[in-house]
Design a protein around this ligand. Structure first.
Ligand code: MG
Ligand code: ZN
Length: 214
């Protein structure tokens, strides 16, 4: 019983920071997307390919969440977009307070109206912690298998879009794209599915159109 109360307090405190983030984003006219997927799903490569394709209509910035290292932020900065690296130590998800610090730092350096947050690689608790984002985006690679929608329904039910990555590996796996699309759309009637080769940058038109309309 006691443990449940502690978690209730954690969620309540997080919700206050999430609300502060929503206000901050609104003041700055920004849209923030929370990218959630397993380690190795291709989240960073998706961001690297997306930045140059949105830069003519948006001013993007990136918040990177990892337990350790600044490798992903370093990669993203090579696209020319600013990136703020959060290291969570042992933390397996980003919370709204950590994201608040990152947002304030990014806004100090300039105006940004499209913020990508790459959450810690994990299909479980990042889905439970509201960071004040406009939408959650689930990222699932072909290499992970096509049963993940059924196994981790919370994330996929809450994600406004699903990006299936590493489609170039399809011939080497038994991944069924149609099944994944069907499973996702069953959980999330309004969810949009995009299928991309995130390394080479093929198949990005639908995803970029989706971002344009946010
Ligand atoms: Mg990454
Ligand atoms: Zn966690």
């Amino acid at each position: 019983m006691k443990k449940i109360n502690v978690m209730d307090r954690v969620y309540a405190a997080n919700e206050e920071w999430a609300e502060a983030n929503r206000n901050l984003l609104k003041e700055n006219g920004s849209v923030m997307l929370n990218l959630i997927g397993s380690p190795g799903a291709g989240k960073t490569a998706l961001i690297e390919q997306t930045i140059p394709r949105v830069s003519d209509f948006r001013s993007p910035a990136v918040i990177e969440g990892d337990l350790a290292t600044s490798r992903d932020a370093d990669r993203v900065r090579k696209t020319g977009a600013p990136a703020y690296q959060i290291n969570t130590g042992s933390g397996c998800h980003l919370n709204a307070r950590l994201v608040n610090t990152a947002l304030l730092d990014l806004y100090k350096k300039g105006g940004h109206d499209l913020i990508f947050v790459e959450n810690v690689g994990n299909l479980v608790c990042p889905a439970e912690f509201d960071i004040g984002e406009h939408a959650k985006i689930a990222v699932l690679s072909v290499a992970e298998g096509d049963d993940k929608i059924e196994k981790y329904p919370l994330l996929f039910a809450r994600a406004s879009a699903l990006v299936v990555t590493k489609i170039d590996l399809l011939a080497h796996t038994d991944f069924r794209t149609e099944k994944v699309k069907r499973d996702y759309e069953r959980l999330n009637k309004r969810g949009r599915t995009f299928i991309v080769d995130n390394l080479r940058g093929d198949g990005f038109d639908g995803w970029i159109e989706f971002l344009k309309r946010l």
